[in-house]
Unconditional design. Structure first.
Length: 281
């Protein structure tokens, strides 16, 4: 009897269950710098599937160091992909930059024709990753802060948002997101209206619309400048929205809990070109 029973007994499964494979967690975070914080990220954020980070402070060397720390901590994530490396600076203008994406599946950049002022600003990136055989595409933005170092912060942040909208909103299809610490209030710039016209909605707005959960302040409990706008395709899969206030000192973590992307509506990847109206002569 023991020889029959023992092979089907799975020791430790009840006390140490595996990860929940029924949901996909997409979240945003501003850690006020990721230097030397790999062990903390590996231990406290391992439950998520994709994290959009703003204000990373990471140059090329420090990004490699961060990924080495994540590997040493045996994190479940693929190597973090950063935006344009943060340049080394002697004043504070270099400390308020940096974006990155950390995910369980490998991430790659989507080539862009943005002008250098945007693509090399260390404040924006566009990425894609294959999740459940579905391409998830998104852009991470870190808007310019309200500081004497950035006298044209509103104009520059608007340019960043419009660059992301033009690529993610108009040139892509399927599950998409535009997220990050925009450093502006909602509807403070015309870009917010453009997002609404495309059907994108912020996670906290969706929670208020569906379940009556009022949006919470995300920056030092005073303002709401951290957003995660998701496309209609992702909105259909949304199950729950949560805000965590005690993970990072200055900014709350906003995260959406979705059905797995395999439940999204199938779509054609290779589009059939339409007939071109050639002239008769």
């Amino acid at each position: 009897m023991l020889l029959i029973i023992l092979p089907v007994v799975r020791i430790g499964e009840a006390s140490n269950p595996g990860p929940d494979d029924s949901t996909f967690i997409l979240g945003i975070a501003n850690p006020s710098g990721l230097r030397n914080k790999a062990p903390f990220v590996a231990s406290q954020m391992a439950y998520g599937d994709l994290w959009a980070f703003s204000e990373t402070h990471l140059c090329s060397k420090e990004l490699k160091s961060f990924n080495a720390g994540m590997k040493f901590a045996q994190s479940p994530f693929a190597p973090m992909l950063g935006g344009f490396p943060v340049p080394v600076s002697k004043d504070n203008t270099g400390s308020w930059k940096g974006v990155g994406v950390l995910a369980r599946s490998p991430i790659r950049h989507v080539p862009q024709d943005w002008p250098d002022a945007i693509s090399k600003s260390s404040r924006i990136m566009m990425v894609t990753t294959l999740v459940d055989d579905v391409w998830l595409t998104g852009s991470v933005i870190y808007g310019e802060p309200d500081s004497k170092h950035y006298p044209q912060r509103l104009q520059n942040t608007e340019a960043l948002l419009q660059a992301a909208i033009s690529s993610v909103g108009y040139l892509s299809k399927g599950p998409r997101f535009i997220a990050g610490d925009f450093n502006v209030g909602q509807h403070e710039l015309p870009a917010f209206d453009a997002l609404a016209q495309l059907g994108f909605k912020d996670l906290q707005d969706l929670a208020a619309e569906r379940w009556g959960i009022l949006p919470r302040m995300t920056c030092k409990f005073k303002t709401r400048k951290d957003f995660c706008y998701v496309s209609p395709e992702l909105q259909l899969l949304l199950q729950h929205v949560s805000v965590i206030d005690d993970l990072w000192p200055d900014h709350s973590v906003v995260q959406g809990h979705f059905q797995r992307l395999k439940h999204s509506v199938p779509r054609d990847i290779w589009f059939t070109p339409k007939p071109f109206p050639w002239p008769s002569s």
